[in-house]
Write a protein that binds this ligand. Structure first.
Ligand SMILES: *Cc1c(COP(=O)(O)O)cnc(C)c1O
Length: 379
């Protein structure tokens, strides 16, 4: 029996909420305010509360959120910003937009997240910020990152674009920390396939720091501190009301959906024990993993590539996030890195595979994926 399993399918969630979404969109049309305005403010308050942060600034994309967060943190020409090479390209683009230079650190092979032990040697007198990425929805190890930042007087900007609802067990405060709660700023994307997705592009910044918040609010709307008074050269990075109204309908469901993703991930973790695929580890400090993606490591590149072809033949779509680290991308060659500079990230790029994961993925479907993997190994 052959099943068709797409890589991601969020239509069941949309069907469930369709009437509510239609109503919310209708309200925006009736109000006639399509950019910023009431619906955006409502969503911003709800999302700030969801993140245990004082403030949220709705913006036009995750990329815009990163760019504004860096600028609000004072990053600019001549500065260096530390981040990882295995991320979505937007993380690094945003750093370059500010005029600063990205400086990469390699990642931990167990998690594919920033190797905090390697940050120290990359810090120089020019370092202005660290951008940890909570890759696949797993928190980077924030306590050591925050303490390195504090000791060196530099900012932390979290790329939480895959980490809606993620939680970090803060062993200092005994609280669950959310992105943006280390006296810093976190960036989210609401690209349609993210754990909380709009019906188009969207993003947000969350922070509890009022001056970072003010700066982000001004910069997203042409640097205007009040209408027609541009105190800065800003951007058009505004969130529109239609997106905000859809996001407000979906937000109360995100934790439930993440719970369903967790169930899928747990089942994969167990069933994959009978295969040669090794799931990435979830670290002890991860209280909530948002499981934006489910990533496992293959023994070799040829195994990985052969498996993807086999699964595709069985109707199962898979992905690679991400096959080419940024330091090896042609468009980033002027940064001066070369193959071999970040061996862990490079090895991951040729051996990782992302298996289908989404809230409505059933136990039967997960079992079909894993039995198809076993079938590949026994061929
Ligand atoms: C999606 C994503 C972004 C960019 O978000 P956009 O909304 O597409 O601009 C940045 N970083 C990471 C890690 C992402 O997954």
């Amino acid at each position: 029996m052959k099943m068709k399993i797409p890589f991601v399918d969020l239509q069941p969630e949309h069907r469930l909420l369709r009437r509510e979404i239609d109503g919310a969109i209708g309200t925006v049309i009736d109000n006639g305010q399509f950019v910023l305005g009431e619906q955006v403010e409502e969503f911003e308050s709800a999302f700030a509360a969801y993140c245990d942060s004082r403030f949220c600034v709705g913006v036009s994309s995750g990329t815009a959120a990163l760019h504004l967060a860096l600028l609000a943190s004072g990053v600019g020409r001549g500065d260096e910003v530390i981040t990882v090479p295995n991320t979505f390209v937007a993380t690094v683009e945003a750093i370059i937009y500010t005029g600063a230079t990205p400086v990469f650190v390699d990642v931990d092979s167990r998690t594919a997240n920033m190797d905090v032990g390697k940050i120290g040697v990359t810090i120089s007198s020019k370092t202005k910020a660290i951008v940890p990425v909570h890759l696949y929805g797993q928190f980077a190890d924030m306590l050591p990152i925050a303490s390195i930042a504090e000791a060196n007087g530099i900012s932390v900007i979290e790329d939480a674009c895959q980490a809606h609802g993620a939680g970090y067990a803060d062993s200092k405060t005994f609280r669950i920390a959310r992105p943006g709660s280390f006296n810093n700023i976190a960036c989210f994307s609401f690209y349609p396939s993210k754990n909380l997705g709009a019906f188009g592009d969207g993003g947000a910044i969350v922070t509890s720091n009022e001056s970072l918040y003010d700066m982000a609010v001004w910069l997203r709307n042409h640097g205007q501190v009040e209408k027609n008074h541009s105190h800065f050269v800003g951007f058009n990075y505004r969130l529109d009301s239609l997106q905000a109204s859809v996001l407000s309908v979906k937000l109360p469901h995100v934790n439930g959906w993440n719970g369903q993703r967790q169930t899928v991930a747990d089942l994969y973790d167990t069933l994959l024990l009978s295969t040669k695929l090794e799931p990435l580890e979830t670290m002890h400090y991860v209280q909530y993993h948002s499981h934006h993606l489910y990533v496992a490591v293959a023994p070799t590149q040829s195994y990985r590539d052969g498996l993807r072809t086999h699964l595709s033949g069985k109707g199962i779509s898979t992905g690679i996030h991400y096959p080419i680290p940024i330091h090896m991308q042609r468009g980033f060659s002027s940064l001066g890195y070369k193959a071999g500079d970040f061996p862990v990230a490079e090895k991951l790029g040729i051996t990782i595979i992302s298996l289908p994961i989404y809230p409505s993925l059933s136990e039967e479907q997960v079992k079909y994926v894993v039995s198809s993997i076993r079938e590949f190994e026994n061929d």
